[in-house]
Design a protein around this ligand. Structure first.
Ligand code: FES
Length: 167
């Protein structure tokens, strides 16, 4: 069966594989490569990683499901995970989350029509003293209010546009 990941990323995959005594130990970095390629870990991406690592796809899927940094469904270009756990809620995170959804015109867990932003609420991200805060893809944004958030949304939209035009 064709395996586009194995073909396209042969060098990177080999580099990861060389660090471990067996292929299966490289499964997590390979899942990141798959996520980078497809934007999320689709069933096909899971099968490809499983083939490369000589694992059962069910095992790979269970690893992907255990760690919150892996995307198990399609997300927007910017995946905004807002902490609404108790300490953050006490500093206004629930209202912030509500206002952000209303501003973007989406429901919790939804993605904007232009595919730019997905908003989900999550439990503690260990930045309780800097609430309201969120994780945008792999980075933290802290001490937020809606004015700052709107500026950031504009900035990210412009960055995405500039990146798309550079192709
Ligand atoms: S409760 Fe939100 S970061 Fe800890």
């Amino acid at each position: 069966m064709a395996n586009p990941l194995a073909d396209k990323y042969a060098d990177r995959i080999q580099k990861h594989m060389s660090k471990y005594p067996d292929k299966r130990s490289a499964v997590m970095p390979l899942l990141y490569i798959a996520q980078e390629e497809y934007g999320w870990l689709s069933p096909d991406a899971i099968v490809q990683v499983a083939e490369i690592c000589e694992m059962d796809p069910t095992q790979v899927k269970s690893i992907a499901g255990f760690y919150t940094m892996y995307r198990e469904s399609p997300k927007g270009k910017y995946w905004l995970q807002v902490c609404t756990d108790l300490p953050c809620a006490l500093k206004g995170a629930d209202q912030f989350h509500h206002d952000l959804l209303a501003h973007l015109g989406i429901e919790e867990g939804g993605t904007t029509d232009d595919g730019m932003f997905t908003v989900e609420h999550v439990m503690c991200l260990a930045a309780c003293d800097r609430a309201p805060m969120l994780q945008c893809n792999f980075g933290y944004v802290e001490n937020l209010d809606m004015d700052k958030m709107k500026e950031l949304l504009d900035k990210w939209r412009k960055e995405a546009e500039a990146y798309a035009n550079a192709d």
